[in-house]
Design a protein around this ligand. Structure first.
Ligand SMILES: Nc1ncnc2c1ncn2[C@@H]1O[C@H](COP(=O)(O)OP(=O)(O)OP(=O)(O)O)[C@@H](O)[C@H]1O
Ligand SMILES: [Mg+2]
Length: 236
């Protein structure tokens, strides 16, 4: 469904993504992990058309490199950001509407909007300004606005960051439901290995923009190279 082939991104002399190739299959939850500065968010920025790069990215067999972010979104790729981004002067409902209009050729699909508000469980907050939401509320809203565009793939950038155990459980449940009930393919950048091993079908580990290993999450997390790049030495 989504295929990266030999993708490299340089920022001056820094190689943020280095000859990276991977495939995400339809229906998967595909995990990406790696130390800080490994290039994870840059991979999202390349897939969503923020920067030029070397190599190729295709979606449903169509080359998307060189396309603008809005064009890529309209093809069915949607994302959230590592630092929650909301429109503070809009209500929850209005924010979901924005995503919905964007994803539906300016049609206002009230059924879809209602479904998404229910799905992310923001019924009680629907008339509140997004600036008043707590962190979990902002994250759910960001996911809801992305879902309202009707994506085929949803890319989440560290959705668990800063969350407590209760919030992590709620977000894991939400991600699972988006995948299973809405049939949306998911790419998940995350630091919490437990979350990755529980949710993902395939896990890619990168360090300084380069693949360390990719495959079954249980095998990947017991790979000595992964343990070393995470913990920096010999660890049981
Ligand atoms: N626009 C940019 N200009 C210059 N350097 C950048 C830019 N964006 C990212 N970088 C650099 O590229 C490298 C990869 O950054 P990136 O944000 O992709 O890492 P990450 O894996 O998402 O890290 P984290 O876990 O901290 O979010 C870092 O060294 C970062 O400083
Ligand atoms: Mg990042």
């Amino acid at each position: 469904m989504l295929k990266l082939s030999k993708v490299t991104k340089r920022f001056g002399s820094l190689v943020a993504v280095n000859d990276l190739s991977f495939n995400v299959e339809k229906g998967q939850i595909f995990g990406i992990a790696g130390p800080n500065g490994a290039g994870k968010s840059t991979v999202y920025n390349l897939i969503t058309g923020f920067y030029n790069f070397e190599g190729s990215i295709s979606f449903d067999g169509k080359e998307i490199s060189g396309m603008k972010p809005y064009q890529i979104s309209k093809l069915g790729i949607s994302r959230t950001f590592q630092i929650p981004q909301t429109f503070p002067s809009l209500t929850v409902e209005q924010s979901i509407e924005v995503g919905n209009r964007f994803g539906n050729k300016d049609r206002h699909d009230i059924k879809r909007i209602e479904k998404i508000i229910d799905f992310v469980q923001l019924q009680d907050e629907r008339k509140e300004l997004t600036g008043t939401l707590n962190l979990l509320g902002k994250k759910k809203l960001m996911i809801g606005a992305a879902l309202a565009t009707n994506p085929k793939i949803l890319m989440l950038d560290e959705p668990m960051a800063g969350s407590n155990a209760h919030e992590i459980k709620a977000l894991m449940e939400l991600i699972k439901n988006i995948n299973e009930e809405l049939g949306v393919t998911i790419i998940l950048i995350e630091h919490f290995m437990k979350v990755l091993t529980e949710l993902t079908e395939v896990l890619l580990i990168i360090e300084t923009g380069t693949e360390i290993c990719c495959g079954d999450p249980a095998e990947v997390t017991s790979n000595p190279k992964v343990i070393e790049c995470y913990l920096g030495g010999d660890h049981d």
